[in-house]
Design a protein around this ligand. Structure first.
Ligand SMILES: [Zn+2]
Length: 139
């Protein structure tokens, strides 16, 4: 579930980024037209003041392009996750949670149990937010 929500957020971020880049490109294009007007633009500008309108549009385009960035800068820092491995024993209630180590996989056998000499194994591997671990350690 954690992975799904993260990838969804990533897609959303990507969408926002593309949207911002697109709007910014429109703004640049409008600015370009403002500084390099065609002759007909200059002609119509005598009557309509269309060039100043363009400057305003460009301004709004940049504003819209920058807005998501402002949102991001305000958003909370990304939650850090820690991967842990749960060790269990076939023979007794032994249970240990330790940091994930390279090569760990579920049902991997990890030596014998100190208490009952049965085989110990990895029963689960999962990620937990760092904040939860800190909370737990307080108890
Ligand atoms: Zn045991």
């Amino acid at each position: 579930m954690i992975i799904v929500s993260q990838s969804r957020r990533r897609i959303f971020n990507l969408f926002l980024f593309v949207f911002s880049a697109g709007v910014a490109a429109v703004g640049v294009f409008i600015l370009y037209l403002y500084f390099n007007p065609s002759l007909s633009d200059l002609f119509w500008d005598l009557f309509t003041g269309v060039r100043n309108q363009r400057l305003l549009y460009a301004f709004f385009a940049f504003l819209i392009a920058i807005y998501p960035l402002i949102l991001f800068s305000r958003s909370k820092p990304a939650v850090e996750y820690k991967t842990v491995t749960v060790l269990k024993c076939y023979g007794c209630d032994y249970r240990e949670v330790r940091d994930f180590q390279r090569g760990d996989y579920v049902f991997k056998k990890i030596g014998t149990c100190n208490a009952c000499n049965s085989e110990r194994y990895i029963s689960a591997i999962y990620s937990v937010p760092m904040s939860k671990i800190e909370e737990k350690e307080e108890y």
